[in-house]
Design a protein around this ligand. Structure first.
Ligand code: SAM
Length: 234
């Protein structure tokens, strides 16, 4: 279970009503029961339930189960797609280890707003389910132009280029680690021609292909991140 506060031996946890409801009524936790917790900083800890009543639960942190491990420094920059597919993208990208989820509006992006709070909740649930010890940061949605204008030095942009302009992703990633990187995936309508030309010309961009077929944006995300996981470590 993800918690916001510090985790250390003897700490009594300040759980919110939603977490208490989940532990008591979904997990059916009883007095003396154990739960594994993480907060993205202090590793994984075992906590034990003290007194349990209908709406109150005291949990005390007992001991560390796993240290906080280093995680891949991989961002996913994605054009928001329809609700069910954006949820799927966030869930799968969390399972596949991204550290940052950055929704960006491109010329052909049909969606006009993103509920970042909902995406944070989905990422949190996915992190809990796959037992990673951090939740990816969900950035406020922004225009692609503004994200590119503030691009951090030294971070490679892996451009998922459906136009066949790039090398196969496996050869672009061959050799293992490529350092800090971000995968950029376009919207349902694809990138505009002028956008693709500008993206391909960026000094920090590497256009890559995912094979001869045009994949849906959510499929492209899974295909690209799976390649990262297989070729660039964990
Ligand atoms: N119209 C479909 C849909 O409803 O999802 C296809 C969308 S596809 C154009 C969306 C994005 O997926 C593209 O902008 C690109 O970033 C990525 N993509 C799809 N197929 C790809 C491929 N074969 N190679 C590289 N990127 C691809």
């Amino acid at each position: 279970l993800f918690v916001e506060g510090p985790l250390a031996e003897g700490e009594n946890l300040d759980l919110d009503q939603k977490q208490i409801h989940y532990l008591l009524h979904v997990m059916r936790l009883q007095a003396g029961g154990e739960v594994a917790l993480f907060n993205g900083r202090d590793g994984e800890w075992l906590a034990r339930a003290g007194e349990v009543s209908k709406r109150a639960l005291v949990m005390t942190v007992e001991r560390r189960l796993r240290p906080q491990a280093a995680e891949p420094d991989l961002w996913l920059v994605f054009a928001p797609v329809k609700r069910a597919r954006i949820d799927f993208i966030v869930e799968k990208a969390t399972e596949l280890g991204v550290s940052v989820l950055a929704p960006v509006f491109t010329r052909h992006t049909a969606m006009t707003r993103v509920n970042e709070e909902r995406l944070r909740a989905i990422a949190t649930e996915a992190a809990e389910q796959c037992e990673r010890l951090s939740v990816p940061e969900v950035r406020p949605s922004a225009s692609l132009d503004s994200v590119l204008a503030a691009w951090p030095e030294g971070r490679r942009l892996i451009l998922l280029d459906e136009g066949g302009g790039g090398a196969p992703i496996a050869s672009a990633l061959a050799g293992g680690s490529i350092g800090p990187a971000a995968v950029l995936v376009g919207p349902e309508g694809g990138f505009a021609k002028s956008e693709l030309d500008a993206l391909r010309a960026l000094s920090f961009a590497t256009p890559v292909g995912l094979g001869p077929r045009i994949l849906r944006a959510d499929t492209a995300v899974i295909a690209a991140l799976s390649c990262f996981q297989a070729l660039c470590g964990d």
